[in-house]
Design a protein. Structure first.
Length: 323
């Protein structure tokens, strides 16, 4: 194992322990293969997850505040997009079958359908994992999507519904997760024409929750209209309609310390949990320390926030105000 991989693995274990999580060793092999080069190798910077930085993020979830959640562009730089997709698909189905055997068949069925739906163009896939005090919560594969023809029928129908409500959306990623919850899918859409938050009320079952989502997004960005390519919509079918995950990208957000302060003001009941999470992950670095903030709503549920941090970035350390 390279020294760089050992550094990343040690970090994941250390942060997980600080949060009271277990089972982080399940990610060791993937991290070893993904960070075999020295961490200052310039080839890492050419990635689609965290352009210009190491392709690695940790995130806070209001709905699981004591969990360690990790996303990365796996299997190292320079790998062809299709090869990265195939490697990541194998990782998800093999490790998912070992950790969640009851879901193995459903997981394989979901990703098997992708083989007939064309290939990826730029990066292929991202990978993700979540851990809490009981061990691994879930594993995720985010597959790059070029157009609607490369989506399975259910996701294609969801795209059609979204396009009718929100002009200019185009498919970006199609994700499959396997875990204690079973197998789930989410479609991610790029808002190429910008996003008027009120338009989200046109999605199935979303209208009652959109005002609260819009208020949270406006508190974070200062805007009710998000200019092109500053937001991503994540959608999935749930009981009662559509769950919406609005991801606000760095271009839509103020500087990291201000973003965190705005998130704190919104997280009235989870403010202490966010501060504990910030203390666990430690000082961040540079002007791009916060990768995104997402606001999620589902029918009958209040908004919930996620915050994505880039702890292995470059530049001077940034000690966030809530730390």
């Amino acid at each position: 194992m390279s020294a760089a991989a050992a550094t990343v693995i040690e970090r994941v274990h250390r942060v997980g322990r600080r949060l009271g999580a277990r089972g982080m060793e399940a990610l060791d092999d993937l991290l070893a293969q993904s960070f075999a080069l020295p961490l200052d190798d310039a080839r890492y910077r050419d990635n689609a997850l965290v352009p210009g930085e190491l392709p690695y993020e940790e995130s806070f979830s209001e709905r699981a505040p004591d969990a360690l959640r990790v996303d990365l562009e796996p299997f190292g730089p320079g790998l062809a997009a299709r090869a990265r997709l195939e490697e990541t698909r194998g990782w998800l189905t093999d490790l998912g079958a070992r950790l969640f055997p009851a879901c193995a068949g459903a997981c394989r069925d979901r990703v098997a359908a992708w083989q007939a739906l064309g290939g990826a163009a730029r990066f292929g896939a991202f990978a993700g994992a979540g851990f809490d005090r009981d061990g691994v919560v879930e594993l995720k594969l985010y597959r790059e999507v070029g157009d609607a023809a490369h989506l399975p029928p259910g996701a294609r129908a969801l795209l059609a519904d979204a396009a009718a409500a929100v002009p200019g959306v185009v498919p970006l990623l199609h994700a499959v997760s396997v875990g204690r919850h079973g197998v789930a899918e989410r479609l991610y859409l790029r808002c190429g024409d910008g996003l008027r938050l009120a338009d989200l009320a046109g999605l199935d079952g979303a209208a009652p929750g959109v005002p609260a989502l819009a208020m949270a997004a406006a508190a974070l960005t200062g805007r009710m209209f998000l200019v092109p390519n500053t937001a991503i919509l994540g959608l999935r079918r749930v009981a009662g309609g559509c769950e919406i995950k609005l991801e606000l990208l760095p271009a839509a957000l103020p500087p990291p310390a201000q973003t965190l302060a705005a998130a704190e003001r919104l997280l009235i009941d989870a403010r202490g949990a966010l501060r504990r999470w910030c203390a666990a992950i430690g000082p961040l670095r540079g002007d791009h320390a916060i990768g995104a903030v997402s606001v999620r709503i589902a029918p009958g549920a209040p908004p919930a926030l996620n915050l994505y941090a880039r702890p292995l970035g470059r530049g001077e350390p940034l000690v966030l105000a809530a730390g």
